[in-house]
Design a protein. Structure first.
Length: 755
């Protein structure tokens, strides 16, 4: 086509022929368009018709020449954004063609041509934002690692050093007997390194450092999770129950051997018919004053202890939770040390142990069932810190209220609800490290005639992985806060801390379950291969959502605590105080819900930490007040309080979730404030913004219903979430590198190289 006017048709011809097929409809559309152009001569029309003859398609060389001409124009005029602009340029900026924009654009639409997409296909790799995005850390990885590890860095590094040894190479045998033995051997190594007894008093061979103990649990979770649970059962549940519920005589007798793994044990609370409802346990401990003994008995099959770690093979003793019966009177659930096996592993008389067998995950842990047939134990085996039987055979307790005593006893065991979410957090970090590193290396698709692009450059893939990354960072700081509060607890705070632990256990483990599923899918078929470890992480953490209490039940506990605090605030303030409380809340809501703010979409506002926290706290307060009013209304109408709570159970979950969102966001913000290094602070701030806005996006329906935001604002938030993902992408690999997970633990060939 030497005639410049005719070259105007090159983009159209190329697009309709580039897939080697011109449809009949496309042929008629183009034919009619060319025929209707009066500025074309009959000879020119015939020439153009010859280029769209279905029976005589253009040669490969013709198509290549057309593409080259289009690319040359776009290279020389990077401002070009539409097909029509290419048409004009190829025509030599012919005035007639310039006046035909409406006709040419209509033709594009009739042919089904997407202008922007078509132009992007012609742009070179050098001009493609998607192609150009690449890994380039904007911060010092070691500084973020130091922020994450905090004061526990020395113990964390020690544990990483131990689990990186050759003897900790993963066990791949499918024989659960082999696997269980390997996990026991690993636990013995950890005990020899004085890691198991870290939380016990120094007087009994321990390290007397509960903060280090939790960090050990979390760091071990980068390795094998069966090891973590076996470790937690032995040194945490078994050992800590003796330490927390027993007294000096028990410490002297047991703690040193428990910490050295010379005395393997169990924590026997859960029964077949009673898991979360500890008060309903049916195992009995009947006191016989004449011979100063207790008789431990399982009254029927469904009262057997079930799913007890260490029971099937290795446990020699157990802390058994049973109803204390004295002279026919039930004194509620108490704890007793009961022997299960002798030193040679032979099961003792009156004890029946079953094996739970193969499970969905954690097959290195020997879970079992335990039944007691009138097993006699000495009086001293009652863990008597909070309750005891005196010399007269009478029940005694320093805590007069049965209810308070029960919850005080359980409160001492709240550490398990810190260890499990921190272990879950580490598993989420491992999954994200594998998926993000793989996504940075794995290339798929790309601009036409250009190179394939790392899949982490695609916006949807970024959403899938970087939003969970931001939330996982947020949870890290929230769990650090919970750990500090637990370690420095006062009696007055215990109920709040227990509720917070229950809530964050649910929040973290649910996050891990969702994150690992996303990681698996984001790695495609490679994520399905066992060698790449995501399957083990998924299967092993699946139980975390019901370990230490079913998450949904625990969230009810959180909500009830928030309602109690709400009522307490009203009760303490009196009628005048209530008026002021309502007035203050209304005042802040009016300020935040004014017509300007609910539509405000500028970047500075959307990225403002105060806006994020206000939005979270407004949701929390509003949902809490709504639930409280609804329960009061139901009770006032004559409904029993128990039934009223049942009616609003779904709303109770909302109360708990809104509260936990606020806690997690606030603690992330507080942690960032303490960061001195500006580059570290900048990337953590971006993660915080992504966490906050993505949570608001998830709850946008609520904010729209409440009138706290208008649609224009929630749409702007969605766009900002996308932009933050894009901005964080270059730092994504560095952000998972900051977890400092040993290569031997990550161990996924898709990340650390083929075997």
């Amino acid at each position: 086509m030497k005639n410049t006017k005719l070259q105007a048709f090159i983009p159209l011809f190329y697009i309709v022929w580039s897939d080697s097929l011109l449809t009949e409809k496309g042929f008629f559309t183009l034919h009619e368009f060319i025929d209707s152009q009066d500025w074309l001569s009959a000879e020119e029309k015939e020439f153009l018709f010859s280029k769209i003859t279905i029976a005589n398609p253009p040669s490969r060389q013709d198509i290549t020449d057309w593409r080259n001409k289009i690319e040359e124009i776009i290279q020389n005029r990077p401002e070009i954004k539409s097909v029509f602009e290419v048409v004009v340029a190829l025509s030599g900026d012919d005035e007639i063609i310039q006046g035909l924009e409406i006709a040419f654009v209509k033709l594009e639409n009739d042919l089904g041509i997407l202008g922007e997409e078509a132009i992007s296909n012609f742009k070179s790799k050098a001009q493609s934002h998607t192609v150009n995005s690449h890994t380039e850390a904007s911060f010092d990885v070691n500084k973020i690692t130091a922020i994450l590890d905090g004061a526990q860095a020395p113990i964390i590094n020690k544990v990483k050093s131990v689990i990186s040894r050759p003897e900790f190479q993963y066990e791949t045998s499918t024989d659960i007997g082999v696997y269980r033995q390997k996990v026991l051997d690993w636990c013995k190594i950890l005990a020899d390194e004085n890691l198991g007894n870290m939380a016990y008093p120094k007087k009994y061979g321990g390290g007397e450092n509960i903060a280090d103990y939790f960090s050990i649990m979390e760091t071990l979770s980068y390795h094998d999770l069966s090891l973590v649970i076996k470790f937690g059962v032995q040194f945490g549940l078994w050992g800590m129950s003796v330490q927390s519920l027993g007294t000096e005589k028990h410490y002297v007798k047991y703690l040193k051997d428990i910490g050295a793994l010379k005395l393997p044990g169990c924590f026997a609370m859960t029964e077949t018919h009673h898991g979360s409802n500890v008060k309903g346990l049916e195992t009995t401990a009947t006191y016989n004053h004449e011979n100063q003994t207790f008789v431990i008995h399982t009254p029927h099959e469904k009262a057997q202890k079930e799913y007890i770690g260490n029971a099937a093979l290795h446990g020699q003793m157990a802390t058994v939770f049973a109803k204390l019966i004295i002279a026919g009177q039930d004194h509620g659930v108490n704890a007793f040390v009961v022997p299960l096996r002798d030193e040679n592993g032979v099961v003792l008389k009156g004890i029946t142990i079953g094996d739970c067998g193969h499970k969905m995950g954690l097959n290195g842990v020997d879970n079992g069932t335990i039944r007691f047939d009138n097993v006699v134990i000495p009086k001293e085996n009652m863990l008597d810190r909070f309750a005891s039987v005196n010399d007269k055979g009478e029940f005694e307790s320093p805590i007069p209220s049965d209810n308070r005593r029960f919850f005080t006893m359980l409160g001492t065991l709240v550490g398990g609800r810190i260890g499990i979410p921190r272990s879950a957090l580490a598993a989420a970090k491992s999954g994200l490290a594998i998926a993000i590193k793989y996504s940075d290396q794995r290339k798929q698709f790309g601009p036409e005639n250009g190179e394939e692009v790392p899949i982490l450059n695609y916006r949807m893939h970024q959403r899938r992985l970087l939003i969970p990354l931001a939330k996982t960072y947020a949870i890290h700081f929230a769990l650090q806060y919970l750990t500090k509060r637990f370690i420095n607890k006062t009696e007055a705070e215990m109920q709040e801390i227990e509720a917070l632990a229950a809530g964050l256990k649910s929040y973290s483990t649910w996050n891990t379950t969702a994150t690992l599923q996303e990681c698996r899918e984001a790695c495609g078929g490679k994520g399905y291969l066992s060698e790449n470890r995501i399957d083990a992480l998924k299967n092993d953490t699946e139980i975390y959502t019901t370990f230490e209490g079913d998450n949904t039940v625990l969230m009810q506990l959180v909500a009830k605590n928030r309602l109690a605090e709400f009522r307490k605030a009203f009760g303490e303030m009196g009628s005048l105080g209530i008026i002021n409380y309502v007035y203050e809340n209304a005042k802040s809501a009016i300020a935040e819900k004014n017509p300007v703010v609910i539509r405000k979409t500028d970047d500075e506002h959307l990225l403002d930490s105060q806006f994020h926290l206000q939005a979270f706290q407004h949701r929390e307060k509003t949902i809490l007040a709504s639930a409280a009013k609804r329960i009061k209304k139901l009770v006032d109408s004559g409904l029993d309080a128990y039934d009223a709570f049942n009616v609003v159970q779904h709303q109770m979950i909302d109360v708990a979730e809104a509260y936990l969102d606020s806690v997690v966001l606030e603690q992330f913000q507080i942690a960032i404030e303490a960061v001195k290094d500006e580059k570290s602070k900048a990337i953590l701030t971006k993660l915080n913004q992504l966490f906050a806005l993505s949570q608001i996006e998830i709850n946008k329906a609520w904010y729209l219903e409440d009138g706290y935001m208008e649609a224009v604002k929630t749409k702007a938030i969605r766009k900002m979430v996308n932009q933050l993902c894009w901005d964080i992408r270059p730092d994504a690999v560095a952000l998972v590198d900051a977890f400092a997970i040993p290569d031997s633990c990550l161990a996924a060939p898709i990340v650390v190289g083929e075997k």
